[in-house]
Write a protein that binds this ligand. Sequence first.
Ligand SMILES: Nc1nc2c(ncn2[C@@H]2O[C@H](COP(=O)(O)OP(=O)(O)O)[C@@H](O)[C@H]2O)c(=O)[nH]1
Ligand SMILES: [Mg+2]
Length: 331
Amino acid sequence: MPANLPPQYYELEREYKAERDPRERLRLAQELLRMMPKHKGTAKLQADMKAKISKHRKALEGGEKSHGARQAPAHDHVEKEGAGQVILIGPPNSGKSSLLESLSHAKPLVADYPYATREPLAGMMMYGTVQIQLIDTPPISAESFEGYLSSLIRNADMVVLVADLATDTMENDLKVVTELLDEKRIILKPEITEEPEDARYCYKKTIICAHKEYDDEDGSRYARLKENFDSFVIAPTSILDDDSLNGFRKAVFDGLQIMRVFTKPVGHEADFHDPIILPIGGNVEQAATTLHRDFAQKLKFAKIWGEGKFDGQRVQGDFVLSDGDIIEFHT
Ligand SMILES: Nc1nc2c(ncn2[C@@H]2O[C@H](COP(=O)(O)OP(=O)(O)O)[C@@H](O)[C@H]2O)c(=O)[nH]1
Ligand SMILES: [Mg+2]
């Protein structure tokens, strides 16, 4: 029985065969299996692909050390921590490592020569009391694209594309980045309003960082950046300007589309140190669930303080919260 595979299958299969990064190979194998029409004619192919997937997975987990097989590099995945994972990407020397250094306690290598950063490094950036994880990465250019970057970007909650306003090649350098990502089927988007039609693609929410803003004396590079990345949020930054860095923190927090809700134990003051983080539009029930899985079921009502509410307004589980609200749970 003929397999009748679609042309995209063969295209993807070629990529799979050429791919060397273990995590990316696993992902491509899973996509190939998904694309395979499920009928008798593909039964053997399906079984083979399932075996391959299982082998890739084992190799990644380090469970199987086949002869001479290279271990998966540890830096193709960064465990998520904090309220969101944000990946800094961009051309060589644009200032990604400097940004991480200025915004967290991490100690990346900052250098005045390109390609100083060889592997990803994570650090925690504070926005008020909210912790946001930033990942510094090796540069993307025509000469260099680390295979594991695709997995890292796909896995992140948001991308910050760092533009270097100190260089005349800024426009072209960024074009190279977006084109290389396109080839990997990663499309940077100002907003995610729809899922990609083709499951092999990944749309990633992105904001642009207009870095080294003071080196753009007449503002012309900034203007071009705005033109090229129309409708993206652009945060101008310089490591020499704390206000700009605070603006960056806010732009990242806003971009993540999350909000803070402060809890208040009955008869006590609100706790402003450790907010509950919810997606924008989250309700009282979701807030209760983040504290404990069963807590939402026990909830009789909650009292809310915040903008546009009566102080201590009594609400039920479906009540939609806003950033900065204070909530008192009653069980
Ligand atoms: N003028 C200026 N230079 C910066 C700024 N941020 C970083 N740099 C310089 O840009 C160069 C590259 O920085 P680095 O963080 O290593 O870039 P990366 O390759 O993108 O990680 C270094 O010489 C930094 O000192 C900034 O805000 N203004
Ligand atoms: Mg660097």
